[in-house]
Design a protein around this ligand. Structure first.
Ligand code: SF4
Length: 294
């Protein structure tokens, strides 16, 4: 389903007077030789898994296997019952859901990598929040997942989607970008607005390094899902208001590649630098029994 560029996707959608998801679904049907129903059913299952992971992560008592993280989604959701969120309810409900999914991932639970396990909370949280606010149908949500997938394949072919290859900009940055593009479509925006939202979301995470403490996908990964979600939602609102990214999404993806290639190995999931190399992180690492993870 690889597309050469975001521009190709957007232009095909504009030419066909349709949206990006339709183009992605049609390409997937052609390449996989499967029916529309089969493809939609598979993506619907992905949404089901995303829903279950959001629900599970919001429950009390979830801890990661290392014991380093867990319980923050529950804490945040509970806080919203007794106090006003400074950032507003829709934003923080989405953030709580993003953290929830990321915590399920850290607890070795079932999630949908979107595009990776480390960044799995952003896409479901953004789509859930927008679908709730706009009264979108399940079919529209599933379609939006195809939009996100289409953008993810462009990023994967033009740059990278793993922290080991391109730093956290490639994981959380890509997820935020995919969620922003899909979010605009779900909210009723057009393909050009969607691409602008994706560019704005990704631009703000360019340069983000991959520096997981003790090499575990927990710290800072889980909280970066929160920030990636917030950035995506802001980018959606900006694009829907008519704000354009001066640098188009294709160029932004190329810039992400260039930045990723220039990052040192110590900042690419090796736990050799950044937050992973702080005194606190090294103390935590020593206190963990990492043998349990082998
Ligand atoms: S810090 Fe590294 S492991 Fe964690 S989410 Fe970012 S890219 Fe993934």
């Amino acid at each position: 389903m690889a597309f050469a560029s975001v521009a190709e996707l957007v232009n095909k959608a504009l030419d066909g007077k349709t949206n990006i998801s339709t183009i992605v679904i049609e390409r997937e049907m052609e390449e996989s030789n499967r029916t529309r129903e089969e493809i939609l059913a598979q993506m619907d299952y992905n949404w089901e898994v995303m829903l279950a992971s959001m629900e599970r992560g919001l429950k009390e008592g979830l801890r990661s296997k290392s014991g380093l993280t867990g319980g923050d989604a529950f804490k945040l959701a509970q806080a919203g019952k007794v106090q006003k969120y400074v950032s507003g309810r829709p934003m923080m409900d989405a953030v709580a859901r993003a953290i929830a999914v990321a915590e399920v991932n850290s607890a070795m639970g079932k999630i949908v990598a979107a595009p990776t396990g480390g960044s799995c909370g952003i896409l479901p949280a953004v789509l859930y929040e927008i679908s709730t606010g706009y009264g979108a149908t399940r079919e529209q949500i599933v379609n939006a997942l195809f939009t996100a997938a289409g953008i993810g394949t462009v990023i994967g072919s033009k740059a990278f989607i793993s922290g080991a290859a391109g730093g956290c900009q490639a994981e959380v940055g890509s997820a935020s970008c995919m969620a922003a593009v899909a979010g605009v479509e779900l909210a009723g925006g057009d393909p050009e607005q969607a691409a602008h939202a994706g560019a704005m979301a990704l631009k703000n995470l360019l340069g983000l390094v991959c520096d997981p403490v003790a090499g575990l996908v927990e710290v800072p990964c889980i909280k970066r899902n929160a920030i990636g979600t917030a950035g995506a939602l802001i980018a959606v609102d900006m694009a829907l208001a008519g704000i354009k990214s001066v640098i188009p999404l294709d160029d932004t993806i190329s810039a992400m590649r260039e930045v990723g290639l220039s990052q040192p190995v110590s900042l690419k999931e090796t736990a050799g630098g950044g937050l992973a190399n702080t005194p606190c992180a090294r103390r935590l690492e020593e206190s963990l029994n990492l043998g349990d993870f082998n």
